[in-house]
Design a protein around this ligand. Structure first.
Ligand SMILES: Nc1nc2c(ncn2[C@@H]2O[C@H](COP(=O)(O)OP(=O)(O)OP(=O)(O)O)[C@@H](O)[C@H]2O)c(=O)[nH]1
Ligand SMILES: [Mg+2]
Length: 413
């Protein structure tokens, strides 16, 4: 009996190899699935390994053998059982002393206990094999889907995932290349990179900064979870508009939960020379805004709010209801993971007209910006990239976002 191991990407492929090599009478002895290559569990290829056996001498062909190769060839399985049983028997005989009575018993027509055991074991193995095959077949659809990323694009899938872009968006970007770029250009990394960049730019198209009117007051509130950089960003914006653009600016803080928070804004105000109001209630906020009707821009700082704390969220909503800001900017940090960012966005989106992303300097994998841009239907206004007031802030543009998301340089030149 010849026993050989075959492996490949799918059951069909391996079966064809077995048929070519061992012929239609081959019997499957064992199957195994395993993964090869890939990155972080993505794009690893599912492989199938099958151990098959065939009789050395060609057996007389029966009807089944003439038919296309089938998993269950009864004749061959019977032979394999017999070979298997004989082997088992040999092993057992060499290990235990068999009494004369038992030998007699074996010779009788009644099936021996060794036969029974071997058969039971083989049946169990067959059952396991059957289960495994079912499982593998279940994976085939997904396997084929993965296989559909052609070889020249696999490295790009790895690159996009490494940048922190989710699997869904990675597939979306690559299917853009698959559909729009001629096959012979897939190996040209300049072209693929610039196509990816264009796709990312398109997905990040929604950007818009604050453009205050000269004629009337623009009220801008910053809201968001705790510690993301709301107060620091207000300092940067207030300094930019008052010192560089020479606009009349006032600051109002509704964050009276922490003494330090009020002090933080007061210090900013003193440094850049703009008035700072501290308000305790929604009415107080309304009055403060009225007092600064002469300003072109009023920034409202709010206390950081956990999206899961309903009472705090409704307090914030009461302040926003009183202020009716023209623009409400939801501040999110890129160091927050994608699923938390999504939950935060969902909770704050009814209040928000724009997004601000902070702490870009603290993350090396900025691909999650793309997920946020695709999820959000409001424009992104600013990006902040450091603690320095007023320097570390930048207006968001689709091109800048693409550079942050994909990196400055083509990784494959
Ligand atoms: N690295 C980095 N740190 C930043 C950035 N923006 C703010 N920070 C820092 O983040 C910390 C929190 O900033 P705050 O402005 O107090 O944040 P906040 O959202 O007002 O916080 P709460 O009012 O407590 O909700 C401070 O140490 C800031 O210096 C940024 O762009 N990059
Ligand atoms: Mg603050």
């Amino acid at each position: 009996m010849r026993i050989k191991r075959f492996s490949g990407d799918s059951i069909t492929e391996v079966m064809n190899k077995i048929r070519r090599d061992l012929g239609p009478d081959a019997v499957i002895l064992q199957t195994r699935k395993y993964k090869e290559g890939g990155f972080l569990g993505f794009f690893a290829k599912n492989k199938v390994e099958i151990t098959a056996a065939v009789e050395d001498k060609p057996v007389k062909k029966d009807l089944e053998a003439e038919q296309p190769f089938t998993l269950v060839n009864k004749n061959s399985i019977k032979k394999a059982y017999e070979a298997y049983r004989d082997k088992e028997k040999e092993n057992i005989d060499s290990q235990i002393e068999v009494s004369a009575e038992q030998v007699e018993e074996e010779k009788s027509s009644k099936p021996s206990s060794v036969d029974q055991d071997a058969l039971a074991k083989t049946q169990l193995e067959l059952q396991e094999m059957h289960n495994l095959l079912k499982e593998i077949k279940g994976h085939i659809a997904r396997e084929e889907e993965k296989d559909s990323i052609p070889e020249p694009l696999v490295k790009w899938a790895t690159f996009l995932t490494q940048r922190g872009i989710s699997k869904d968006l990675t597939e979306r970007l690559l299917s853009g290349i698959l559909n729009d770029l001629d096959r012979e250009l897939w190996d040209n990394s300049d072209i693929v990179f610039s196509r990816l960049k264009n796709e990312v730019i398109k997905l990040c198209a929604r950007t818009e900064i604050i453009r205050p009117s000269r004629a009337k007051t623009t009220v801008v509130a910053l809201v968001g979870p705790t510690g993301v950089g709301k107060t620091t960003t207000i300092g940067k914006l207030a300094a930019g508009f008052s010192i560089i653009e020479k606009r009349k600016v006032a600051l109002v803080t509704a964050d009276t939960y922490r003494v330090a928070a009020v002090e933080q804004l007061r210090v900013f105000g003193q440094i850049i020379g703009v008035p700072v109001e501290v308000v305790m209630t929604p009415d107080g906020l309304r009055e403060a805004l009225a007092r600064h009707r002469d300003k072109e821009l009023i920034f409202i700082d709010t206390a950081g709010r956990s999206p899961h704390h309903e009472l705090h969220m409704s307090e914030l909503e009461a302040f926003m209801e009183a202020a009716k800001p023209h623009l409400t900017m939801l501040v999110q940090s890129v160091t927050t993971n994608t699923s938390d960012q999504k939950a935060i966005f969902e909770r704050f989106k009814n209040l928000s007209t724009h997004l601000i992303l902070t702490k870009l300097d603290e993350s090396y994998r900025l691909g999650n910006i793309l997920d946020l841009m695709v999820q959000s239907d409001i424009p992104l206004a600013y990006l902040t990239n450091g603690q320095n007031v007023p320097d570390d802030i930048d207006a968001a543009t689709p091109e800048k976002l693409a550079r942050y998301i994909l990196g400055e340089d083509n990784p494959y030149v």
